[in-house]
Design a protein around this ligand. Sequence first.
Ligand SMILES: Cc1c2[nH]c(c1CCC(=O)O)Cc1[nH]c(c(CCC(=O)O)c1C)Cc1[nH]c(c(CCC(=O)O)c1C)Cc1[nH]c(c(CCC(=O)O)c1C)C2
Length: 368
Amino acid sequence: MSKNDLILPKDFPQLKNDTFLRAARGEETEHVPVWCMRQAGRYLPEFRESRAGKDFFETCQSPEACCELTLQPLRRFPFDAAIIFSDILVVPQAMGMDVQMVAGKGPTFPEPLKEPEDLQRLQVKVDTDKELGYVFRAITLTRHKIEGKVPLIGFSGAPWTLMSYMIEGGGSNTHSKAKRWLYQHPEASHMLLKMLTDVIVEYLLGQVAAGAQALQVFESHAGILGPAEFKEFSLPYLRDIARRVKDKLKEAGQDVPMIVFAKDAHYALEELSQSNYEVVGLDWTIDPLSARERTGGKVSLQGNMDPCALYAPKERISDIVKKMLEGFGTRGYIANLGHGVYPDMEPENIGAFVEAVHQHSKQMIKQI
Ligand SMILES: Cc1c2[nH]c(c1CCC(=O)O)Cc1[nH]c(c(CCC(=O)O)c1C)Cc1[nH]c(c(CCC(=O)O)c1C)Cc1[nH]c(c(CCC(=O)O)c1C)C2
């Protein structure tokens, strides 16, 4: 039993809507489940109000604040899942790096990794209960407060995406500093990716112990790698994470569906569908029908409406959703955007997206 189990009571309310979990496992559902990446975000006035004047990472460290922000979108829209409010960059923080959220600039590392000897600055063996216990407490609190309405998704950044932030020191267009490591320091790169993988495995297991009912791994910077580099520096670690998390959970008699979202990695769709994840998340650059063909029914699929389609009038959103559903089919499918909601989007249009998924998919399933 981990320290986490000792502090946190686990008598969670019964789950009332398991549509998302069933779809993740490829089982029949009455409608296609839907949620949105970044559904808790600045497009909601109540989110902006809750966050006003507060430091981003301090917010992440407050279980009460994370719980409130996670629940906000559920009060407005009938989403079929919630994702815990946090950030992927809490992992580099747990490994000893300073990360600040700078207004107008985004996440910033004042002292990024520059050369391989900088790896010595990192905490190799991270006590996740101690360093990331605040995320676990946020998950447990939210599982109680969500009252079994929908399942709660936990998440982590994937090793390559986190590595690129740790070397770039923040967002980047070219990721050339991080990619320089791959070509100049392949051994040190693998060492860093391995260190990150070990922490991520523990972190995801801790999230399940705390109450997460599904896990998503974000490889947001997959697209900056070519197929060969993806195969060497991303895929093995993505696979290792799912294998190790699943083996450990199995030992404990537990099982949660895992989703891999490797943005812009269309070249690796076949490999991703054979990587121990139940669900492959897709960005909008992949055609639904061809995604189905290329993954050969081995996995459930999640995605992939262009987030910018939310700028369209509601009737047009409904048509786009209908086409998307026809492409993916209604079985083994979780509707989502191809990336996160942007801050300037109309909450009403998110509502129209959710409603269109439910309405069209109910009709399509009835006709089968
Ligand atoms: C709402 C938010 C988050 N992070 C950031 C913001 C905006 C800042 C604010 O509100 O003050 C900064 C924040 N955090 C990050 C960025 C991107 C920085 C960049 O590369 O330029 C920003 C602006 C880094 C980050 N953070 C995350 C990713 C992976 C997903 C993706 O590809 O977008 C990435 C890449 C994950 C993340 N981050 C967040 C969630 C919450 C839950 C939800 O989706 O509703 C999640 C899942 C929350």
